[in-house]
Design a protein around this ligand. Sequence first.
Ligand code: PGA
Length: 262
Amino acid sequence: MKRTLVAANWKMHLNASQASILLHRLHERIKIHRDVEVVLAPSSLLLQPLSRQIDRRKFRLAAQNAYHKDEGAYTGEISFTMIKDLVHYAIIGHSERRLYFSENLDVVRDKVAAAVRNEITPILCVGETNHERLEGETKQVLHDQVVTALSDLTAEEVRDTVIAYEPIWAISTFGGQVANPSDAKEAIDYIRSQVADLYSRKVATDMRILYGGSVDDHSVGGYLSISGCDGVLVGGASLNYEKFAGIVDVAYRSNRSDKDEE
Ligand code: PGA
């Protein structure tokens, strides 16, 4: 049974005291859920202090980004090697990094490989722009992003990687149109079929694929009820502890009801 993953991408929000207060509130509100894994991705600056403050039975930390070289003369960068003791996960290839920081397919592939080399699980973000969607290019875009990003990994490493399908047009700050759960299902199924073709059916079934894009406490149930959707990546709503804790509650309940049906 795969654990449902609920990840909070705080992006470039919250200073140290604001993050500490949010974490304190989440500690009070979120219970330990055996079947739900809650991951917080603060700014890199806060990984160290928050790693001391978190209850590790409830939360894991993720980086939002790091550089693909382990060490060297790269002014201003932080490597996966430097954060490997602080995080379980790293978000890689987020559309904001692809669009604002020119991260192309090769950069994303190198970062995925660097994370894995440093025993950090990538949360690889993939997704098409609105223009690509309207041009009917979604599958081609997903294919290129998935195939390139995973190309330096073994099948076993791919199985442990997490992919987040985040259609760019559905991300709150890029327009935030609401994606239909059936659209999300089609893309998630397609991504899984690509992994099955490249590696094996078993690797594809075992790997976790998330949905992300304007997920909140009201919409999350629709996405988590998609068969094949193993969790959510949440941006805006993760900055509000009531909304984020509400999302975790829904994840817990949907997991329970799946179990009840078994
Ligand atoms: P959003 O962001 O939930 O605010 O749309 C999601 C993301 O960018 O990961």
